[in-house]
Design a protein around this ligand. Sequence first.
Ligand SMILES: Nc1ncnc2c1ncn2[C@@H]1O[C@H](COP(=O)(O)OP(=O)(O)O)[C@@H](O)[C@H]1O
Ligand SMILES: N[C@@H](CCC(=O)OP(=O)(O)O)C(=O)O
Length: 378
Amino acid sequence: MRDFSHIKHLIVKVGSSSLCDEKGNIDSQRILGLVQQIAHIRQRGIQVTLVSSGAISAGMKAMNLRKKPETIPEKQALAAIGQASLMKIYEDMFHIFHMKSAQILMNHDDFDDRKRLLNFYHAMQSLIKYKVVPIINENDTLAVDEIKVGDNDTMAALVVPIVNADLVVLISDIDGLYDKNPHIYKDAQLIEEVDEVNHEIESMASDTDTQMGTGGMVTKLRAAKICTEYGCDMAIVNGQSPHVLLDLLDGKPVGTLFHGDVGRNLNARQLWIMYQTWSKGCIIVDAGCAKALRHHKSLLPSGITGVSGDFSMSSIVDIIDEKGVKLAKGISNYSSKEIDKIKGKKTSAIESILGEHDYDEVVHANNMVLVKRSEKHD
Ligand SMILES: Nc1ncnc2c1ncn2[C@@H]1O[C@H](COP(=O)(O)OP(=O)(O)O)[C@@H](O)[C@H]1O
Ligand SMILES: N[C@@H](CCC(=O)OP(=O)(O)O)C(=O)O
């Protein structure tokens, strides 16, 4: 039997498909049902952070559109129209239960930038202190490709280390992860428990086939990978069942549960390097160096065969082997131009080549996170 009696902070992510009725209109009654469950959970002493989609759907309703527009500027405009009305519904519903909510709109660069991430962290701590329910959504109005998280499943997972969540629940329009898309294959089987998000599990997922949803199962599995690598459990449940959150917390066998990976357990800083940042370039290493890195050694200039991208020192970089397989991500002590000059050389030669020698390591092992070996490589 599942036991969630230890849970202190729960992140609930609700997808557009679970907030809309059959016609695709934002449905206040569904939001009421969700808020009612959150109120019950709060009474159990569990803090809740909500990640809510639905801005674009609410905007579509306001503008009487049946089909989601294709272009980014149109989606940006609809999100701007819909976000305010979505929050108004939430505010009214939380008010019924004498609770307050707060809106936070984020993009990927708010995670990428350490200072902004720290500001976000402090704001979240204060909201928790005030016992207010934070409601996070992507800042779609400003989300051009370069700064996008792209989906709220990933957003929910990126918030895990900020609030130190023990459990993330993705509420969707489907019972959980099936071995293939059940909307296409009638014999698809529900997977109840997942210990590791590996190739086999990833191959089960496809995109959404609904008008409302964004990423389908693919983004949910990406979220599961991030959560579980931090040691946090994640579940996918069906929002059509009115007590599904309470049932899950009571240990009932609903949805799919992804178990936090106790073996890996990245800390917040490692999770930041691996998932919350963008790589600004690439360092290419030879086979011997790749082997050493896998044994948690630092990256020295002698193992480097190439560098790509134009980055400064302290940038986040990918470390790849000569076949292009990603081995690790880390913080570089040298700029791309410097690495190009010292690649393949002994550490003792750094000073004569660069005129100074601040570090032996190009990437120190403490600032490097290895890709899990079972992971699909880009
Ligand atoms: N293996 C799978 N198991 C379950 N659903 C799947 C699978 N592959 C693809 N899907 C699709 O993912 C959808 C859920 O994702 P999505 O529509 O983005 O919902 P949400 O709005 O809740 O994020 C399902 O309705 C289904 O169409
Ligand atoms: N940020 C967008 C939703 C993005 C998203 O991930 O959608 P979904 O797959 O429905 O959770 C919105 O508020 O409409």
